[in-house]
Design a protein around this ligand. Structure first.
Ligand code: 8YV
Length: 322
């Protein structure tokens, strides 16, 4: 059987690239000396893309690949791929849902506890030798807080389940009421922010959610409020967040994601009342292997004529004809 041509737009885990090599003719755009030449020579044959969210897969790129049929994107979030354009042109996009739910929910809880109880700050305090002078100052607690979750999808539900075990009342906001959950629903984000002490952001990124958490929402959260973001930096207006933190309009923030990763504003790094992580929500060996295998399985299943396993909602399988 002849192998299909696959374009790697950004580096992927070795276990992914090795399996791609077995099943496809692979060309690497990410280390091409002449990107345009590679696209001109190889582009007309490309039927599949392997991608990570690091590089935008937009109309301009897809237009150069007239035979493109499928994009296997690493991660549950696929805001870097123009899925609408892909759908209109008969191209299927796959992501890696479910396999990361528990890991990202674990990270969210870890980040929440670290932020509320200031564990990273306490660690720095100990290392700086300050404990021998006096005890670390008392901190805020999770035990008197109601948590508002922005986004009650698969990961939102896994976070809510954990919060129940921590005795924290949960409410949520999403575009529509989620089926099968009994937590109080707010159709209005600002109204929810007013009623809670913690806002956990776990809604997809992209144009539809850009800067959903803005100045007004942060002000509604109030001076005891804590923001946790394990979704996408774009969901929060980062400038407004920095302003709110600086002016103590909210208490603190725990952030795993940023608007212009891996660049993090110096203003945030200079603050001691925030906890900052380098986008590690799903970054365990265990979880990343599951995600990587799902990227491979999607493309191999497609190449074997059985269709992809987890196409995104915008591009159901089988696709409409180009
Ligand atoms: C990954 C993520 O860190 O799945 C996602 O949407 O944000 C994370 O699990 C990311 O995809 C890796 O680049």
């Amino acid at each position: 059987m002849t192998k299909s041509d696959l374009l790697l737009t950004s580096p992927m885990m070795p276990m992914i690239e090795q399996q791609f090599e077995q099943h496809f003719n692979v060309e690497r755009l990410y280390n091409a000396a002449d990107r345009e030449k590679l696209l001109a020579d190889f582009g007309p044959k490309v039927r599949a893309i392997g991608a990570t969210p690091g590089l935008k897969i937009d109309a301009a790129l897809m237009q150069k690949l007239p035979k493109l049929e499928i994009i296997g994107s690493f991660g549950v979030g696929y805001d870097a791929v123009d899925a609408k354009w892909a759908a209109e042109h008969g191209i299927v996009v796959t992501n890696t849902p479910d396999v990361l739910n528990e890991e990202v929910a674990d990270t969210a809880l870890g980040l929440l506890l670290a932020t509320v109880r200031q564990f990273p700050q306490a660690d720095r305090y100990l290392r700086d030798g300050k404990w021998t002078e006096k005890p670390f100052p008392l901190t805020a607690t999770l035990q008197d807080r109601t948590v508002g979750i922005l986004g009650m999808g698969r990961i939102g539900k896994a976070i809510a389940k954990r919060l129940e075990a921590f005795n924290a009342p949960v409410v949520y906001h999403s575009r529509n009421k989620a089926a099968g959950v009994n937590y109080k629903y707010y159709s209005d984000l600002k109204a929810m922010a007013k009623d809670v002490d913690v806002l956990v952001v776990i809604t997809p990124g992209g144009a539809a959610t850009k800067h959903l958490v803005n100045k007004e929402v942060l002000e509604a959260l109030g001076s005891n409020g804590i923001v946790i973001n394990v979704a996408r930096g774009s969901v929060i207006d980062e400038k407004a967040l920095i302003e709110a933190l600086r002016e103590k309009k909210i208490l603190s923030a725990g952030l795993d994601v940023f608007e212009d990763e891996p660049k993090v504003p110096q203003a945030l790094k200079d603050m001691d009342h925030v906890v900052l992580l380098p986008h590690v929500g799903s970054a365990s060996v265990h979880c990343r292997n599951l995600m990587g295998q799902l990227v491979v399985d999607n493309l191999v299943s497609w190449a074997n004529g059985k269709g992809p396993l987890t196409p995104v909602p915008e591009t159901p399988w089988p696709p409409k004809k180009k």
